[in-house]
Design a protein around this ligand. Structure first.
Ligand code: FMN
Ligand code: SF4
Length: 425
């Protein structure tokens, strides 16, 4: 890409400073919306742009905003900056290096749905980004861009930062709302959806940090301008986080649907020592692993689904032939067992028993029956968990059993032993 839309810090030094941001079109969309657009016009342009949520599910942002009832007050905007998915570090870069674009996107969303309060929920470990963001919010208040009677228009908006306590489940939108209210971070039953009864049982929009960072350029330049990037069903650019066995892990902003996984790995400097790719985790630990035969899959929502996985938050963890797949799957299941909130039995018990089976297999004590049982445990969780975390936990099990079963068989036949296995930390 010639110029970044989101990772603008790569093109404009110090864009995290208000003066630099403003000198580069910063808050121009905010001024335009407040002085020349009705709230419903802001909703319409975001809807027409086709912007899809970047937190994982890819739900159209403008459509979500249009669900907010017009006659119930107060309403809230909540920004999801929990960013706890394995291998995901895009929101961190946005918050730390281009915070005003996140603030401006949040403000535009609030104006569009006529909310006067927004909360930015950050994962507990984001202490440094939270300080950068707070400084940026303070500067925006001092410049009259937030607070009371903004730019003399009579519109008021306050933005608050809330730090979580480091629980993966608090990235799930309803658990996040409970956590923000000071309750235990556990998912809520839907319906009612947050758009109708969200924070403090009031209409609430929840969007991911990256989703909202797309909004200022859309409002400023229009839906058609945005649609020149990406595909018809996956418009715009997306930040791809690349990590694992590559030479240059990092964030790469690309138009959706233009490049393949293979090209993304090349951009990340190829694999370490040029080793062959064995598996690809396109969305950290929460989407099915893909085998190397999927390397020519295009990077958009539809293509990843057609290949048998999901784009999710686009956190590509690349595994080469030095990685033991059973070890990798066990590591992911251990994560889900630890992060399960314990509210429902299939997830709480299922992750526990899956871990027991993995421990048995990688200690060299497992049998083929244990491998079968692992599949049965995962299948008995699938479709029965209260929230998607339980579903996510089945992904590393079922997808590695599907594509890499011989590796399990090597463990239980004694061909592979704990002493002979190559593990990465
Ligand atoms: C277990 C779990 C963890 C999640 N973690 C995050 C997260 O860290 N950040 C995020 O934006 N969305 C996360 N989500 C998705 C949110 O529930 C929600 O879909 C998202 O914040 C909506 O924003 P979007 O429409 O802009 O993507 C998670 C979902 C689940 C089930
Ligand atoms: S699926 Fe897991 S994380 Fe979700 S509610 Fe049930 S126990 Fe909690």
């Amino acid at each position: 890409m010639d110029k970044h839309i989101l990772l603008r810090d790569l093109d404009v030094p110090n864009i995290r400073e208000l003066a630099v941001y403003q000198a580069n079109d910063g808050y121009a969309a905010w001024r335009k919306a407040l002085t020349a657009m009705k709230p419903e016009e802001v909703v319409a342009v975001v809807k027409d742009s086709g912007l899809r949520g970047r937190g994982g599910a890819g739900f159209p942002a403008g459509l979500k905003w249009s669900f907010i009832p017009k006659d119930i007050f107060p309403k809230y905007v909540v920004v999801n900056g929990d960013e706890s998915e394995a291998g995901t570090f895009k929101d961190h870069q946005l918050l730390d290096n281009n915070p005003h674009q996140v603030i401006e996107g949040t403000a535009l969303c609030a104006y569009a749905v006529q909310a006067n309060t927004a909360y930015i929920y950050l994962r507990g470990e984001f202490l440094e980004p939270s300080r950068t963001l707070q400084r940026a919010i303070d500067d925006a208040y001092a410049a009259g861009l937030l607070g009371q009677n903004i730019l003399g228009t009579g519109y008021n908006l306050d933005i608050h930062i809330h730090l979580g306590a480091g629980a993966y489940i608090c990235g799930e939108e309803t658990a996040l709302l409970s956590s923000l209210e000071g309750q235990l971070g556990q998912p809520r039953l839907r319906p009612p959806f947050p758009a109708v009864q969200g924070l403090y049982a009031k209409p609430t929009v929840i969007n991911n940090v990256e989703t909202l960072a797309n909004v200022p350029p859309i409002v400023l330049n229009g839906a058609q301008w945005y649609r020149q990037f990406g595909t018809e069903k996956s418009p715009g650019t997306k930040i791809f986080c690349v990590s694992g066995r590559v030479n240059r892990p990092g964030n790469y902003e690309l138009p959706l649907g233009q490049y393949t996984i293979r090209e993304l790995i090349d951009m990340a400097g190829g694999t370490i020592d040029n080793r062959p790719v064995k598996g690809i985790l396109p969305a950290g630990s929460s989407a099915p692993i893909l085998p190397a035969s999927a390397l020519d899959t295009k990077l958009d929502y539809e293509s990843m689904q057609a290949a048998g996985s999901l784009l999710g938050s686009a956190s590509f963890v690349i595994l080469d032939d030095t990685v033991d797949i059973v070890w990798a799957a066990r590591k992911m299941v251990r994560f889900f067992k630890h992060e399960s909130c314990g509210k429902c039995t299939p997830c709480r018990e299922g992750t526990h028993w899956a871990m027991k089976l993995y421990d048995k297999i990688v200690s060299g004590q497992g049998s083929l029956q244990d491998v079968e049982m692992l599949g049965e445990v995962a299948n008995s969780m699938a479709g029965k968990c209260f929230c998607l975390l339980g579903e996510f936990a089945t992904s590393p099990i079922l997808s590695t059993l599907k594509h890499f079963r011989p590796e399990y068989e090597a463990w239980v036949s004694g061909a592979k032993t704990p002493a002979g296995a190559s593990f990465h930390t």
